[in-house]
Design a protein. Structure first.
Length: 115
């Protein structure tokens, strides 16, 4: 997988980061989905960097449905506290529907109880 990581990182993220592309935060959110392919360390790194980018306010807003997906890497590494924190922060920031953010922490806690 190093080749794939290199292509995504050097081919998409580095150029977008270099020019502070307005959709950089969204790109980090999508890159963090690599946890589904077993690239947990990369996914957590992308998620953490994505959260910093989102919090900076310098980039286009990430829709809450997609931002909630940043919690995915955290369920794979457990315990769920980071996941719950991420969703609580989303709920505090978003004045509208929180369906995804409300559902994710509960499912994360339940998942770790069953392990």
């Amino acid at each position: 997988m190093p080749l794939v990581r290199g292509v995504v990182h050097r081919g998409l993220i580095e150029p977008a980061k270099a020019v502070e592309h307005r959709r950089l935060a969204q790109l980090y959110v999508m890159a963090a989905q690599c946890f589904a392919a077993g690239r947990i360390d990369d996914a957590v790194g992308y998620a953490e960097t994505g959260l910093v980018a989102i919090g900076s306010g310098r980039f286009d807003q990430v829709p809450h449905k997609f931002e909630a997906s940043l919690s995915g890497p955290y369920i794979t590494i457990g315990p769920p506290e980071r996941w719950v924190e991420l969703c609580r922060n989303m709920i505090a920031r978003w004045p509208d529907t929180h369906t995804y953010a409300l559902a994710r922490p509960g499912s994360g806690v339940d998942h770790h109880r069953r392990r």
